[in-house]
Ligand binder design. Structure first.
Ligand SMILES: Cc1cc2nc3c(=O)[nH]c(=O)nc-3n(C[C@H](O)[C@H](O)[C@H](O)COP(=O)(O)OP(=O)(O)OC[C@H]3O[C@@H](n4cnc5c(N)ncnc54)[C@H](O)[C@@H]3O)c2cc1C
Length: 289
């Protein structure tokens, strides 16, 4: 099937893009980034935007930089940019571990990090990473700009705090200190499929013999409507000795804390079971990192 008719716009600057978006937002005008989610939904006529504002020609959006202790990821940075570390230390390594779970090579060559955030699929790996790290996004419209924290950004399945006339200009992730342990694990039925459940575990070690977990983060994606950190699981890790006992306790706490989605194939109880496995394995991978 072919998409319904739409008008195409190709701005060259961020200001042009947001001015165009202000004009066309009321007629379901949308940003076109990598097109890997939007174009299929248009082809199935599940979406019928009246206008597409294609940001691929806006050179300023194609930047990755480190500034003020944060990794800045511009709106046109493709998933494939993360095949190699984009920054030193544990964050660069974590992103390379995660990216290989996103779809397939051709999709990673076109799809963008920020497009995934704006699309907000519950199973998106980048949404999980943003939530795990308490990252933030910069949103801009003709009305001005604002920074939105991850915890305020996701508002439900494929729903975000972005207004119709706002461009997500960049995502920002905190750089992780050397020695930070990071692990990612996801379960999907086939390689490249969306995850049925995924987890990111992050912590540092303290004490004379590195015997204590400090500043733990454990976030779950794919199981609930949005990815989020699980405070109950983090409490089980704080101050504990890194190892099987603490990881199992955190996984059990995460499993009890979540309200899993269900669909015609996967029951809530199955997803709960998956969370038990993916959280423990993410923490085991963190221990090996
Ligand atoms: C077969 C297949 C398998 C896939 N598997 C996975 C997977 O395992 N994990 C995963 O996370 N994703 C997966 N995807 C989705 C893929 O990662 C997309 O690239 C991503 O969801 C959207 O990014 P995009 O740049 O292609 O956005 P687009 O498709 O261009 O846009 C998606 C939506 O976000 C909006 N948008 C995009 N960028 C911005 C912006 N800067 N500001 C405001 N709004 C914006 C658009 O208007 C649109 O509504 C898969 C896709 C396919 C086709």
């Amino acid at each position: 099937m072919k998409p319904a008719a739409f008008r195409y716009h190709a701005p060259k600057t961020v200001d042009e893009a947001v001015a165009l978006l202000a004009e066309v937002a009321a007629e379901d005008g949308r940003i076109l980034a990598g097109g890997q989610s939007l174009v299929p939904t248009m082809a199935f006529r599940l979406a019928r935007p009246g206008h597409l504002v294609d940001i691929n020609g806006v050179a300023a959006l194609n930047r990755i930089a480190v500034a003020d202790g944060k990794l800045i990821i511009g709106a046109c940075v493709r998933h494939a940019a993360f095949h190699r570390p984009v920054c030193d230390g544990p964050l660069g390594k974590l992103l390379t571990d995660v990216v290989h779970h996103i779809a397939h090579y051709p999709i990673r060559n076109r799809g963008t990090f920020c497009g995934s955030l704006a699309h907000a699929d519950p199973a998106s790996e980048w949404c999980l990473v943003l939530a795990a790290l308490d990252g933030e996004v910069l949103a801009k419209s003709a009305r001005g700009e604002r920074v939105i924290a991850a915890r305020d950004f996701f508002k439900g399945i494929m729903t975000t705090a972005l207004a119709d006339d706002e461009l997500l200009v960049e995502a920002r992730l905190p750089i992780l200190a050397a020695g930070t342990r990071c692990g990612f694990y996801e379960f999907s039925r086939r390689a490249g499929d969306f995850a049925l459940a995924a987890a990111v575990g992050i912590y540092r070690l303290d004490g004379e013999k590195d015997e204590k977990i400090v500043a733990p983060r454990l976030a779950v994606g794919g199981a609930e409507v949005n990815p989020r950190r699980i405070a109950e699981a983090e409490r089980a890790l704080e101050g504990a000795a890194p190892g099987d006992k603490a990881f199992r306790a955190a996984a059990t706490a995460a499993t009890a804390a979540i309200e899993p989605m269900e669909d015609i194939i996967n029951s809530a109880e199955f997803r709960r079971d998956l969370v038990l496995a993916v959280t423990r394995r993410a923490l085991e991978r963190a221990a090996e990192s």
